[in-house]
Design a protein around this ligand. Structure first.
Ligand code: GLV
Length: 388
């Protein structure tokens, strides 16, 4: 068993274990990858304020997200094709999250279906919805999520059209993977991954195949998926979906203070400040840089969460200090999943919790709920160098 000291160690192992096309799918941003890199780098510009001689004997990382107690301010973000990173990947991640006490979000574009995860996970999970042109299919998805007792609907707003990721184009990425000679040779060098995949029936987009009209095989699936993200999605439709769902409602993909106010007006219980991990609008600001203005813009009207660039517990503390109530992690847990399956997701969560806990202690904070701007040092121009 390799020694895992940090999330980067999981990433190193992940790279060895998973076929290149899926590693590349995860570990990239769109176009020049500027925003993808900025998400991580901008955290490094913020420094932590060391405080001493404070009682730090009774620390806790627990908090709440939309009224539910969580073991730390972290949820697992929706990940497309997650079940290609490890066999039954969504089920493994959902189980790890439930055991740890943090929420798991299932993507519309998952490999394991809503029903697969509901049958295998001990706790309710959140369902992430992409609005598709096929309204009957979207209605049915919402109904399936309700039947599966999903405890929140996470509506993604920043993918009405797909930003190009060059590596996917070059790798000819598909789910299941196309069995070209280079792909087969690559898979032969990842025996654990290959045997896992051979041992599961879950190797395609199971929320879609057999559910969407006229999609019963793979060729039909790729034709369907390419044209399905709905470019007409607007705030009126967001409100209609909220009314249709009626339960806890989270809007993901907000990067602008004006949009954040509109998301609060639309009745979101929480918004996720997100640029889709730098996978959509390349050239957009990093999430940590826009967070303070968004937090100021919405105040207490909705919970503000952040994803993008979180690789350490220090990053979580910084996000909370700059105005987020909680965070979501994507790649940090996918590295663990690809490296070691369910145990790897647990490991990623343990690493982040331990780093958060020790960082809190060294900043003199006992309780994650008390993290605030007084615990960080932010460069004076951190927010102010850009003007519309
Ligand atoms: C899908 O959400 C992706 O970013 O690939």
């Amino acid at each position: 068993m390799p020694v895992i000291a940090c999330i980067d160690d999981l990433k190193t192992l992940y790279r060895r274990k998973v076929p290149k096309m899926f590693y590349d799918y995860c570990e990239q941003g769109s176009y020049s990858e500027q925003t993808f890199h900025d998400n991580v780098q901008d955290f490094r510009q913020i420094r932590l304020r060391q405080r001493v001689a404070r009682d730090i004997s009774l620390r806790t990382t627990d908090t709440t997200m939309i009224g539910t107690k969580v073991a730390m301010p972290v949820a697992l973000a929706p990940i497309g094709s997650c079940g290609m990173q490890a066999a039954d990947g969504e089920i493994k991640a959902a189980r790890a999250a439930a055991a740890f006490g943090v929420p798991f979000t299932l993507s519309t574009m998952s490999v394991c279906s809503i029903e697969d995860v509901a049958a295998a996970s001990p706790d309710p999970f959140w369902f992430q919805l992409y609005v598709m042109r096929d309204e009957d299919f979207v209605d049915a998805l919402i109904e399936r999520a309700r039947k599966a007792r999903c405890s929140a609907l996470v509506l993604t707003l920043d993918l009405q059209i797909l930003g190009q990721r060059h590596k996917d184009v070059r790798n000819g990425l598909s789910t299941p993977p196309r069995l070209t000679l280079p792909n087969m040779i690559d898979m032969a060098f990842r025996p654990e991954w290959s045997f896992g995949m051979l041992g599961t029936p879950r190797r395609t987009f199971r929320n879609i195949v057999g559910h969407a009209r006229n999609v019963s095989n793979l060729e039909q699936l790729s034709t369907w998926a390419n044209g399905q993200f709905d470019p007409k999605l607007d705030w009126a439709k967001v409100v209609r979906i909220r009314d249709q769902w009626q339960g806890k409602f989270i809007l993901k993909g907000v990067l602008d203070a004006e949009d954040a106010r509109m998301a609060a007006d639309a009745g979101a219980d929480a918004i996720v400040v997100s640029n889709h991990g730098g996978r959509q609008l390349d050239g957009a600001l990093s999430t940590i840089r826009v967070l303070p203005q968004i937090a100021r813009a919405v105040g207490d009207r909705t919970e503000v969460w952040l994803d993008g660039g979180i690789r350490t517990g220090q990053d979580i503390l910084k996000a909370l200090a700059l105005g987020a109530k909680s965070t979501l992690i994507g790649r940090s847990y996918v590295y663990g999943l690809g490296a070691m399956g369910q145990a790897g997701v647990t490991k990623a969560l343990e690493v982040l919790q331990s780093e958060l806990d020790i960082t809190m202690a060294l900043c003199g904070v006992q309780n994650a709920r008390d993290i605030g701007p007084e615990h960080v040092l932010v460069p004076q121009d951190f927010e102010g160098r850009w003007r519309t």
